[in-house]
Write a protein that binds this ligand. Structure first.
Ligand code: SAM
Length: 242
């Protein structure tokens, strides 16, 4: 099925290094909390609030990692709702899948796949989200078209991503923090400063709010809107397939 349980099972060959991936995934969650001071939780809550999803609906969460958005969505939408998580990294998903099963959540399907070529049928889901994932995608316009393709007409797309700080003064503090503190925290916690240096640079390279809104409209979405979070440190972009 397009839920891809088989695909995840195939990745079980990675089990011998399972301990390592568990450690990476756990550190990934801790890093999110450390680097954002826990604020990423508020941003994810803001995404779900703006979406205000209807009961019993179907979400596709692209680059869903360990299933954070999926769980928040299901907490709001009742027992008949379901989520398909697609991520390019099977190990992140395996950790998320285990955690979800431990919590008794059986209505999440985990598929390994690329945002640029989603393993999901046309016009099949009510909502599509991507949180802190679009920045990592190589061909963003292609991924946006894919996310529109799988939405039912009337369906909604919401993206959560780092953006451009819009408050004078805060931008300098943020630059200072991100260029110095983030690679240092990254090195302390994971032993890898380079990966976190890359993270900071990828945030810098990512288009600002208006530019990204235009890209979303160019992919065919309508009623494109933006909401800044924490003065534009992050932003939510919303668009509809009408
Ligand atoms: N959405 C989760 C969250 O907010 O906690 C995870 C975000 S994590 C920063 C980025 C995720 O994007 C990783 O799990 C990574 O494997 C995934 N990813 C990167 N490139 C991708 C692509 N082209 N297609 C699908 N997933 C991708």
């Amino acid at each position: 099925t397009h839920f891809g349980f088989e695909t995840v099972a195939e990745a079980d060959k990675a089990r011998r290094v399972r301990g390592v991936f568990d450690a990476v995934a756990k550190r990934y969650d801790i890093m999110n909390d450390l680097m954002s001071g826990g604020v990423h939780r508020l941003w994810k809550a803001a995404l779900i609030d703006w979406m205000n999803p209807a009961k019993g609906t179907h979400l596709l969460d692209v680059a869903g990692g360990t299933g954070d958005i999926a769980c928040r969505f299901l907490d709001r939408t009742g027992p008949d709702a379901r989520v398909t998580v697609v991520d390019i990294n099977a190990e992140m998903e395996l950790v998320g899948r285990d955690r979800a099963i431990d919590q008794g959540r059986l209505n999440i399907g985990w598929a390994v796949g690329d945002a640029e070529k989603l393993p999901v049928k046309d016009r099949s889901v009510d909502y599509v989200t991507i949180a802190f994932g679009i920045r990592n995608v190589t061909r963003i316009p292609l991924a946006l078209k894919e996310m529109r393709r799988v939405l039912k007409p009337g369906g909604r797309f919401i993206c959560l991503e780092f953006s451009k700080v819009v408050i004078p003064g805060l931008d300098q503090i943020y630059e200072e923090y991100s260029f110095k503190a983030i690679p240092r925290i990254g090195k302390l916690v994971t032993g890898n400063a380079d990966a976190y240096q890359y993270l900071v640079e990828s945030i810098r390279r990512f288009p600002d709010q208006d530019t990204f809104a235009k890209m979303i409209a160019e992919a065919g979405f309508e009623r494109v809107q933006v909401r800044n979070l924490t003065g534009g440190v992050a932003a939510l972009h919303s668009g509809w397939r009408l």
